[in-house]
Design a protein around this ligand. Structure first.
Ligand code: KG4
Ligand code: ZN
Length: 338
C-alpha cells in the first residue's frame, strides 16, 4: 500500500511516498529555517504563507521522485495536530483536496505519532511493544507504545521542552536559531558532567523540567557579560548537552525498568544529538537494551514519518474525518474523532 504523506505543522513543508509504512519511495523537505532565523524563532504567519507557496512543488516533486503517478497512491495521510494552526491547515486542506480528487482514503495523523513512526522507517525489525523517548522543539515525552496505535504517556515535559531549552540557551550564547545542532557541533560530541549545571527534580520522576536548567545556563552567560569576561562556549555547550542527554536517558531507563521493556526508541529533532546517541549506546546497550533511532534525515519534521504512521492508523481503521479542523494541541494518546 502506497501512502502519500504531507507535513506542515511547523517550519518544514514536506511530502513523501511510503510503501507499507516502512519503505520510503521519496521524501521531499523544504525547510524555512533561514527565513525564521532572522527573527530568532518561528513566526507562525510567515510559516503558513511559506507552506502555501511551496506545497504544490513539494508534493509534485515527491510524486515524481517516487517514480509512480499520483493515481497510483492508495491513501493520503497528513499531520492534523498538534502544531501551529495556520501551518497545519495548509497541509490539511491540501491533503483533503488530493484525497477527494483521487477518491482515495484520507488519514489524519498525530504529528508525534509520526515522530514515533520515524523509527519504523529506519529500523524494519522494530515492532511494538517498546518504550519511546520523544525529544523535540515542542515536546518531551516518555510513551509506552503498546501497539502501533495504542499509546500511553508515562512522563511529559512540565515546562520548556528539551529542544526549546537548547534553542534558548544557544540564542543567548549568540549562536543563532535553531541552536540545538549548533551546540551539538560546538561540543564535538564530548560528554562532560562536572557539576556546572543543576539536576532538576520533578514530582513524577518520569516528567521532565528543563526550564531551571536553561535559566542556570543563561545566568552563566549573563554573569559573564556583566563582569566583562568571555565564557568558554565549547565548555558550556558540552555540559549543557550532556546534562540534557543524561536527564532524558535517566527517565527513559527508569520507565524501561518499570515496564520490564528491553527496547527503547529515541525520536524527534533532539534524537539527532550526538551526546544523546553516544550515551544511549554506552549506558543502555550495556544493560541489554536495544536502542532504535531514526536516520538523521528523519529526526526532524518530515512527511515520510507521517505516511508511515498513517499506514498503521489505516490498518486500525482510523480513516476518514474530512470534517476535522486540525488542532494546535492534542495528546498523543488521543485518536481523531472521525
Ligand atoms: O522534531 P523537530 O524537528 O521539530 C519539532 O517538532 O519541534 O525538533 C526540532 C528541535 C529544535 O529544538 C532543534 O534545536 C533540535 O530539535 N535539534 C537538536 C539537534 N538537531 C536538532 N538538538 C540537539 N542536537 C542536535 N543535533
Ligand atoms: Zn516534530
Amino acid at each position: 500500500m502506497k501512502i502519500l504523506g504531507i507535513e506542515t505543522t511547523c517550519d518544514e513543508t514536506s511530502a513523501a511516498v511510503v510503501e507499507n509504512g516502512r519503505y520510503v519511495l521519496s521524501c521531499e523537505i523544504a525547510t524555512q529555517i533561514s527565513e525564521h532565523s532572522l527573527y530568532g524563532g518561528v513566526v507562525p504567519e510567515i510559516a503558513s504563507r511559506m507552506h502555501t507557496e511551496s506545497i504544490v512543488e513539494v508534493v509534485d516533486s515527491a510524486i515524481k521522485k517516487s517514480e509512480i503517478s499520483l493515481s497510483d497512491i492508495d491513501a493520503v495521510a497528513v499531520s492534523a495536530a498538534p502544531g501551529l494552526i495556520g501551518a497545519v491547515l495548509v497541509g490539511l486542506s491540501f491533503a483533503k483536496g488530493i484525497s477527494i480528487s483521487l477518491n482515495k482514503p484520507f488519514i489524519p495523523v498525530h504529528h508525534i505519532r509520526g515522530h514515533i513512526a520515524s523509527c519504523y522507517i529506519s529500523n524494519p525489525e522494530l515492532e511494538p511493544p517498546f518504550l519511546c523517548l520523544i525529544a523535540s522543539g515542542g515536546h518531551s515525552l516518555i510513551v509506552n507504545v503498546k501497539n502501533y496505535t495504542d499509546l500511553e504517556i508515562l512522563g511529559r515535559g512540565i515546562d520548556d521542552a528539551a529542544g526549546e531549552a537548547l534553542d534558548k540557551v544557544a540564542r543567548v550564547m549568540g549562536l543563532g536559531y535553531p541552536g540545538g545542532a549548533v551546540l551539538d557541533k560546538l561540543s564535538e560530541g564530548e560528554l562532560i558532567d562536572d557539576g556546572t549545571l543543576p539536576y532538576p527534580n520533578t514530582k513524577n520522576p518520569l516528567d521532565f523540567s528543563f526550564s531551571g536548567l536553561k535559566t542556570a545556563a543563561v545566568n552563566l552567560v549573563h554573569n559573564a557579560k556583566q563582569r566583562s569576561y568571555e565564557i568558554d562556549k565549547k565548555h558550556l555547550a558540552t555540559v549543557f548537552c550532556t546534562k540534557i542527554a543524561t536527564i532524558l536517558l535517566d527517565k527513559a531507563e527508569l520507565a524501561l525498568r518499570q515496564l520490564s521493556y528491553k527496547k527503547l526508541a529515541i525520536v524527534g529533532g533532539v534524537a539527532a544529538n550526538s551526546q544523546l546517541r553516544k550515551l544511549a549506546e554506552t549506558r543502555l546497550t550495556k544493560n541489554n537494551i536495544e536502542v532504535y533511532t531514526p536516520k538523521m534525515l528523519y529526526c526532524g519534521d518530515n512527511a515520510a514519518m507521517i505516511a508511515a504512521a498513517g499506514y498503521y492508523e489505516f490498518l486500525d481503521g482510523n480513516v476518514g474525518g474530512m470534517g476535522i479542523a486540525g488542532a494546535a494541541c492534542m495528546s498523543v494518546e488521543e485518536k481523531f474523532i472521525l
